[in-house]
Design a binder for this molecule. Structure first.
Ligand code: CTP
Length: 408
């Protein structure tokens, strides 16, 4: 599957830190995502890890300072700095950060950094005292002012055994920051504001019990990530799920359908698009008991009442304000898929509906794959084969982009 990283040339600078082992994992994951990764190790980095490690996971030559003084040395750094879409320095030591801030270039990595025409992302890794030292803070500030993207560091346990601010971000987080940065550069949804809902709502019965559904939130979260990959500003309104927030998404957690309604209406006021992937409860207990119901009180009778239809409320808002410009809904069906989805498309005034048959074992709630049918207001019906939820997310965005381009 093509991702934002497919075919991207990434120069990975690795400096002296115990976090070098995470850099090998990062190089591996970037390569698996289709990026061409060229590593440059500083001399200090080679004390922790070897170029062979990077060559093995990237399939490409990794460079050290020996190459700087080799036969091609005089042009090596310029070539490396120019042929890249993104320069990532992870881990970035206090020493390298200081050199970059002041334009020093006494090794292949700092030389390549000075010649780089691409954006630069650095992931600091050092002892807490070193990171919070005014000298390092001033250097980081200089780099930020110059447009360098600083990812992390995090608070956590460090090599010294102490806990503090300076631990390099985990590989998946750095990957998230890389995707965010690449999307902002050349994504097709740059400058667009998208609201995505995900997961199931949860309607309280009493102090401990709720009525919820089996939605995992995976499809909505995948859509949020795919939109960030395309440079969109994403608000992710999430029901119950334990998924990790995509880096760059502004996440709002809600429990009930009513809370989701309030959050959606607020978020879409100036949004370009709403993608309503959440599984919203259609009914809720009329009254939620404040205490925990006890068996001593006998078997309770729970009276249900309808929740508000969020998409209907959005259609009403849109009719008055023109926002959101495009609305995409989902239809989870167990029978008469196309006909029921078509009716929902019309009833909820949608620009697109993504229908899925939740009775299929490999699609719908909780799975990593989905099998969708996409229907538009002109009656076009497109049936797609089994795909990963990430592929479905990209497909939905592919359909959304022209709709947004055509929107007033
Ligand atoms: N939806 C909504 N508000 C609700 C219920 C659903 O906005 N109270 C949205 C869902 O997020 C989805 C679309 O409406 O995008 C269709 O949801 P679905 O559960 O398939 O349909 P319902 O409207 O609940 O209709 P039915 O119960 O007849 O299937």
């Amino acid at each position: 599957m093509a991702t934002i990283l497919s075919g991207k040339n990434i120069l990975l600078g690795v400096t002296g830190s115990i976090a070098c082992y995470k850099a090998a994992d990062l190089a591996s994951k970037l390569t698996q995502e289709g990026a061409n990764v060229t590593a440059i190790l500083t001399s200090a980095a080679t004390k922790f890890i070897t170029p062979l490690t990077f060559q093995s996971v990237t399939g490409k030559r990794a460079y050290t300072d020996e190459d700087l003084w080799g036969s091609e040395g005089h042009v090596q750094h310029v070539g490396l700095g120019h042929q890249t879409d993104l320069l990532v320095i992870a881990p970035a030591s206090a020493n390298t950060i200081a050199k970059l801030a002041h334009g020093l270039c006494d090794n292949l990595l700092t030389l390549a950094s000075l010649t780089a025409t691409s954006p630069i992302l650095i992931a600091p890794a050092m002892d807490s005292g070193m990171y919070t030292h005014p000298a390092t803070q001033a250097n980081v500030e200089i780099l930020k002012q110059r447009g360098v993207y600083i990812a992390g560091p995090a608070i956590g346990r460090m090599a010294s055994g102490l806990s503090g601010y300076g631990r390099m971000l985990e590989t998946t987080e750095i990957l998230g920051h890389i995707r965010l940065l690449l999307g902002r550069q050349d994504g097709k949804l740059k400058g667009k504001r998208l609201v995505v809902t995900a997961g199931g709502t949860s309607e309280p019965i009493d102090a401990v019990r709720t009525i919820t559904n089996r939605s995992s939130g995976k499809q909505g979260f995948a859509i949020a990530q795919a939109a960030i990959d395309q440079g969109a500003e994403v608000t992710l309104i999430s029901g119950t799920t334990n998924l990790i927030t995509p880096v760059g998404a502004a996440r709002i957690d809600v429990n009930t359908a009513q809370e989701m309604l309030t959050a959606v209406l607020e978020a879409v006021r100036d949004a370009d698009a709403l993608i309503m992937a959440a599984a919203v409860a259609d009914y809720r207990p009329e009254t939620a008991v404040e205490q925990k119901l006890s068996k001593d009180e006998g078997i309770p009778t729970i009276h249900l009442t309808l929740t508000a239809d969020i998409l209907a409320a959005v259609a009403h808002l849109r009719a008055h304000s023109g926002y959101p410009k495009v609305v995409v809904g989902f239809a989870a069906e167990s029978h008469d898929l196309i006909e029921r989805a078509r009716q929902k498309l019309i009833r909820k005034k949608l620009d697109l509906i993504i229908a899925n048959d939740i009775t299929a074992a490999d699609a719908g709630f909780g799975t990593d794959t989905n099998r969708v049918t996409i229907i538009d207001p002109s009656g076009n019906v497109q049936v797609f084969p089994l795909m990963t939820k990430e592929e479905v997310a990209n497909l939905i965005l592919q359909k959304l982009i022209p709709l947004l381009e055509a929107a007033p």
